[in-house]
Design a protein around this ligand. Structure first.
Ligand code: DGJ
Length: 732
């Protein structure tokens, strides 16, 4: 049992392996948040809530002349507009009379085994014995508006999945202006916030900021979760480190515009919340209709960031990713993008494939440029018909040629987009997002199809299915290369245009669901100009996502470091590419590029025909090593051993098998130094009493887990910049 209700005090306690979450319907029926953090058993924590007279604090009418009871500064589970809470609230609805006030009070609750799915939205899933779900229903004191708050507790992962359903049981329509997925009020302001921002080719760089007076917000208004911020925020103790202290992850299972914020209030409390970005959003709810928010997954790490991340990794690998490739081995692939860009034909692809096969790869992926009139990025998107000028004879002979070599074949699509120079656009200019009377903004010369339209989805399903059925295709890279603008749908009336962005996401999710159900053996990789939509919503459909268009090994250190706070290594597609690197011009050793890419879902992005024999044998060794270590690297426990952004000299990380008998340590020395001091790396997660053999980079040692973790391993001297060393650590 994970959910406990005390009838007398109307207190709910959600208990995971290491944490407690407590809330209470107080004497007036307000649902107060009492506690979230390391497990506290056998205690009702309502003594923490005080009611001092605060002045300027509005009191609800049912408090009579008691001027000490106000929502102005009470810790609330799901605060709403118009009830005297002046902080940023979780909910705002506007009634047909123009009023926007609500006063939500406890109405009912229900506990059930397992975890429900969310209509039309991706979400964590769990069996009846893996989770328990609490539904708390609140009702507006003055109307028939109900809000159902859901809490699915997954004890093994110290996780609570939260979402809300707003139900309109009034006789008229109302407009939801804001409905966040989760909001938690913490006592105190001694917290820092970790956020994961950046830009194209520099995604998810971790930064740590103390909460401050006012509001610290990260968000996207780009119609996608974006390169620029990730829908993931961590609130943590000021003293929290990788190994110590308490931290609270707020991860939104959504791929569209979002907000995540931490706000301090007058009484030194901190509100952390996450959900759909209310800017530009509104949703009309007719009588009897419901609106379901996306899900927010909260994981509380009681032993530092590492404990939180490892729980997210396991949870998302096992209870968010789905389909055959949740567990099946993923192919080591060669992608032709950086090898050829748009300049390829079937001969070129076959030549790459032959080399790739000889080096031990499993798949060739044909990237952008195989369809329509697509010789550059000016044209062709939407015309998902094979360009027979490039692929003479069509797709089948090429795919047959590649599969005959013993390789799988993968293909690139960018279904959500359309080029103005395309047959699709000429036939259906109204299918893209555009504001009437205005020219839509171009980005990468392309426009965005309105995924909220059933006819658009039908067309895309038809074309994608036709291509996928026409040959033996076992992988799809689903790309998306611009931010959304002109978010206006021709199918919606003017007063409902605030729905267009969310309807786009619901439509996209529906299409993904349909196409992936029709092709269950195909591995789908997500992509959005690299990592522009690297989020749990996409992970539900794609077990791996192209981490970044920046394939430079040194830049990837920080990108993959930041990504690892929420997302498992198996989700981060990472490739070895050619040097000088196409994004940075930097030259890094082949071994370093391999060590970094093996930190994710591994592959190559180069023309093997242009490599030296020495580089080819390095590829053979890398692929063999990756395949040997596949289970460990894909499903092992991930330990960040330093912060490469703070310490610009080196980066180190390790994966340890769940039985602690095997580990791989990866170390990259970023810049070499004259007269270098010895670098000692302390492992984590090993069995202290166990003897291990450590092999790698000229090292062959037998040491106990205790020695490796508490005394550490001395790194060999690595002359030259950007050098890497990897060590296999095996129990003996
Ligand atoms: C952006 C992706 O991230 C690249 O890997 C490549 O597929 C290009 N799009 C193709 O246009």
């Amino acid at each position: 049992m994970a959910i406990f209700f005390d009838e007398g005090s109307r207190t709910f306690t959600l208990r995971t392996q290491n944490t407690s979450y407590q809330m209470q319907a107080d004497g007036r029926g307000a649902l107060l948040h009492l506690y979230y953090g390391p497990a506290v058993d056998g205690c009702c924590l309502d003594y923490l809530v005080t009611h001092p007279d605060k002045s300027f604090a509005p009191c609800p009418s049912d408090t009579g002349l008691d001027r000490n009871y106000s929502f102005d500064a009470l810790p609330l589970e799901y605060s709403c507009q118009g009830s005297g809470d002046f902080r940023n609230t979780a909910l705002e609805v506007v009634f047909s009379n123009g009023g926007n006030a609500l006063d939500l009070r406890f109405h009912a609750h229900q506990v059930s085994p397992g975890k429900p799915s969310l209509p039309g939205l991706p979400a964590v899933y769990a069996g009846r014995d893996e989770a328990e779900t609490l539904k708390v229903t609140l009702k507006d004191r003055f109307s028939e508006v109900y809000v159902h708050l859901y809490y699915s507790v997954l004890p093994e992962f110290d996780a609570i999945a939260r979402w809300a359903v707003v139900e309109n049981r009034t006789n008229g329509s109302l407009v939801v202006q804001n409905a966040l997925s989760a909001s938690v009020d913490f006592f105190g302001t001694e917290y820092d916030v970790l956020t994961f921002g950046g830009r194209w080719a520099k995604e998810r760089l971790m930064s740590r900021t103390p909460v401050h007076n006012g509001r610290l917000e990260v968000s996207s208004r780009r119609g996608a979760s974006s390169h620029h911020q990730n829908p993931f925020m961590v609130l943590c103790d000021r003293t929290a480190t990788e190994e110590q202290g308490c931290c609270y992850g707020f991860s939104l299972v959504y791929s569209g515009s979002f907000t995540a914020f931490a706000e301090t209030d007058q009484m030194d409390q901190t509100r952390a919340a996450v959900g759909i970005n209310p800017q530009g959003f509104s949703w009309t709810l007719g009588a009897g209709e419901c609106f379901t928010t996306p899900e927010a997954v909260l994981v509380c790490g009681t032993a530092g960031f590492g404990s939180m991340s490892r729980n997210y990794h396991k949870l998302y690998r096992e209870h968010l990713c789905r389909g055959k490739y949740k567990h099946a081995r993923r192919p080591v692939l060669f992608n032709n993008w950086e090898a050829t860009y748009f300049r390829f034909d079937e001969e070129k692809l076959l030549a790459i494939a032959k080399e790739a096969k000889a080096l031990g790869a499993d798949m060739l992926v044909m990237d952008d440029g195989w369809f329509g009139k697509r010789d550059n990025d000016l044209s062709g998107l939407g015309d998902w018909y094979v360009n027979e000028k490039k692929l003479r004879g069509g797709l089948k002979p090429l795919v047959d040629g590649i599969t005959a070599l013993g390789l799988g074949f993968g293909i690139w699509f960018e279904p959500e987009m359309v080029s103005e120079d395309s047959d699709l656009y000429r036939a259906h200019p109204d299918w893209c997002l555009r504001v009437p009377g205005r020219e839509p903004l171009r980005s990468r010369y392309q426009l965005v199809l309105d995924m909220g339209r059933p006819d658009v989805r039908e067309y895309l399903f038809g074309r994608l299915s036709a291509i996928l059925s026409s040959a033996d295709i076992s992988y799809v890279k689903w790309d998306m290369n611009r931010s959304m603008t002109d978010v206006y749908s021709a199918l919606l009336p003017p007063g409902r245009q605030g729905e267009a962005g969310h309807r786009y996401m619901l439509g996209l999710y529906e299409l993904l669901e349909r196409i992936e159900a029709a092709f269950p053996d195909v591995l789908f990789e997500g992509c959005s100009g690299g990592g522009g939509r690297f989020d749990p919503g996409m992970l539900y459909y794609h077990p791996q996502i192209w981490c970044s268009d920046d394939t430079d090994a040194i830049e990837r250190l920080e990108i993959q470091y930041g990504t690892s706070f929420c997302y498992p290594a198996s989700a981060m597609a990472a490739h070895v590419s050619a040097v000088p690197n196409h994004q940075t011009g930097r030259v890094t050793p082949f071994a370093t590029r391999g060590a970094v890419a093996m930190g994710g879902a591994f592959g190559y992005e180069l023309d093997p025909g242009k490599l030296s024999d020495e580089e080819k044998s390095a590829i053979k060794e890398q692929i063999a090593a990756f395949k040997r270590q596949y289970e460990l690297r894909s499903y092992g426990d991930y330990y960040r051993l330093n912060n490469p952004t703070e310490n610009r000299r080196y980066a180190a990380w390790a994966v340890v098998s769940s039985d602690r008998r095997q580990a791989v340590l990866s170390y990259v020395s970023v810049l070499s130094e004259g007269n270098p001091a010895p670098q000692i790396i302390k492992l984590r997660g090993l069995d202290a009493a166990q003897q291990y053999q450590v092999v790698g980079k000229g090292v062959c040692l037998t040491l106990t887990g205790a020695a490796l973790m508490y005394a550490g391993l001395v790194m060999p001297e690595l002359p030259g910049d950007h050098q890497a060393a990897e060590f296999e650590i095996t129990a003996i």
